[in-house]
Design a protein around this ligand. Structure first.
Ligand code: C2O
Ligand code: CU
Ligand code: CU
Length: 508
């Protein structure tokens, strides 16, 4: 019997920057085979299967760093989708999910799962008040579900974990865009499979704008770059290696699907829309020279006021909108965007991409002191506590992801919410050595407290995902006044949600 190492989560101690690792030796009966059994047991696996046999030997350490010379590839700008129709007051798109090959590593073609062949997925641009209709066709062998993360949508178009689109089938998702501007993203959400599907490429960007945002003199057009950051693991032939809960081996850092790219910039301001699309990796981003980064937005759009910092933290699924002024750097100079968050060798995971300042440019853009005004929160009617925990499997069982002590059960309602009310949720990470985060569908919430204190300015805006380092707790407030029905909430470390760390609220 083949044995391989299993590791639970990247464990990050906040205090002295100590990295705590929890490792166990487990037999080949991997999480993947256990999950397959679970699929059959709960009937969720119709058409779904894992794309690798559970008993293939571990391919050894990540070969990605050895196959790449850093800062040679150019950061790709993901393609913007063109609507097939703009009639009837809505923009209609057709998207096909299919297997494809991407040139990720030099000299290698890597098989990936894609929306329309693009890795990472394409960009959809939308405007508040104007609906977007996406006709999705699934040409993959697995059932899928397409979720627009951060959106306010009716249940039927939310892309919940059980609302599957089977192989060969098509369906239409309707996004009302009845919400303010925000940098959203869409990704697979098929129960137990979301983690591997997203890892293999099923993730795209959705930029929703509105008049408030458009009226501001922020950098725009080619000076407004969406950048999706993630990690990955490759074997020596350039194949993407997916193993459940494998943060320590994913040491290749990709930006828009390329490893450690360079970004040629003019010596002026740029707006960067950063998304952490990793399954497990947290980033703590800085410029190598410690230079200023002006954060202007978070998950749910612009902050009320910009704030200048030297680091930006992003847990999986979170976004940060930042402005960097490259006029501080002489033309001809370079500056690396670094990551201070383990795990992995700092020479690899500690570097993300490099900005090469190649020309001067006029800069009519600016960052106003006041970006938007957020509505005041109503009085909450109810408080709840949500406890997140991963538990090591005993007797060779797969580890389990738990919310309030339970694995996800699509037939169970975990939180009954009265429509039209506001609630305060205290979310607790009960693991002392594993980080989590917390994502609510349907709403953009406000962070009231982090560990009993007021949150930092980066968490003062609208959020849909919050980080929870080991032992942390966050109080958040949400208003449930848009749609009724059952929506999930979960840890957005997708390997954890695939292990069951997901629950369900019913708004009625
Ligand atoms: Cu980004 Cu339920 O997910
Ligand atoms: Cu979501
Ligand atoms: Cu988690």
């Amino acid at each position: 019997m083949v044995t391989r190492r299993r590791m639970i989560g990247a464990a990050l101690a906040t205090g002295g920057g100590v990295l705590l690792l929890r490792t166990t030796v487990r037999p080949a009966a991997s999480a993947a085979s256990a999950q397959d059994t679970a699929d059959t047991a709960d009937g969720a696996g119709t058409g779904a299967r894992h794309t690798h046999p559970a008993d293939t030997p571990d391919p050894g350490p990540d070969a990605g760093p050895g196959l790449v010379e850093k800062f040679t590839a150019t950061l790709p700008v993901p393609p913007v989708l063109t609507p097939t129709s703009t009639e009837g007051g809505a923009d209609t798109y057709a998207v096909t999910m299919l297997r494809s090959f991407a040139r990720i590593l030099p000299g290698h073609r890597t098989e990936v799962l894609t929306y329309n062949g693009a890795f990472p997925g394409p960009v959809i641009r939308a405007r508040s008040g104007r609906p977007v209709i996406v006709r999705q066709t699934n040409l993959l062998e697995d059932a899928v579900s397409v979720h627009l993360h951060g959106s306010r949508v009716p249940v039927a178009s939310d892309g919940g974990p059980m609302n599957l689109l089977n192989p060969g089938a098509s369906r239409t998702y309707t996004y009302p865009n009845d919400q303010p501007h925000a940098s959203l993203w869409f990704h697979d959400h098929a129960h137990h499979m979301e983690s591997e599907h997203v890892y293999r490429g099923l993730a795209g960007t959705y930029l929703l704008t509105d008049e408030t945002e458009r009226a501001l003199p922020l950098p725009a057009g080619r000076y407004d770059l969406p950048i999706a950051l993630r990690d990955a693991r490759f074997d020596a032939s350039g194949t993407l290696v997916y193993r459940m809960d494998d943060p320590f081996n994913r040491t290749t850092i990709l930006a828009n699907g390329r490893p450690w790219p360079k970004v040629e910039v003019a010596a002026r301001r740029y707006r960067l829309r950063l998304l952490n699309s990793s399954n497990l990796r947290f980033f703590s981003l800085r410029l190598a020279d410690g230079g200023p980064i002006t954060q202007i937005g978070s998950d749910g759009g612009l902050l009320e006021r910009p704030h200048t910092t030297d680091s930006v933290d992003l847990s999986p699924g979170e976004r940060a909108d930042v402005v960097i002024d490259f006029s501080r750097y002489p033309v001809g100079s370079t500056v690396v965007l670094t990551n201070a968050m383990p795990p992995g060798p700092a020479e690899h995971v500690g570097q993300v991409l490099r900005f090469d300042v190649v020309r001067s440019a006029d800069d009519p853009s600016s960052v106003p002191d006041r970006l938007r005004t957020l509505p005041a929160l109503p009085a909450p009617v109810r408080e709840r506590t949500v406890v997140l925990k991963v538990e090591e499997g005993t007797n060779g069982a797969a580890p389990r992801g738990l919310i309030d002590g339970k694995v996800y059960d699509p037939a169970r309602v975990d939180a009954a919410v009265a429509f039209g009310t506001s609630e305060v949720w205290t979310v607790v990470n009960a693991n002392t050595d594993v980080p989590h985060n917390f994502h609510l569908h349907l709403v953009q919430f406000r962070v009231l407290e982090r560990n009993g204190k007021a949150p930092g300015p980066e968490e003062s805006g609208l959020k849909d995902t919050v980080r929870l380092l080991p032992g942390e707790s966050v109080r958040l407030q949400a208003v449930f006044d848009s749609y009724r029905g059952r929506y999930p909430y979960h840890c957005h470390l997708l390997d954890h949600s695939a292990m069951g760390m997901m629950a369900q609220m019913e708004i009625s």
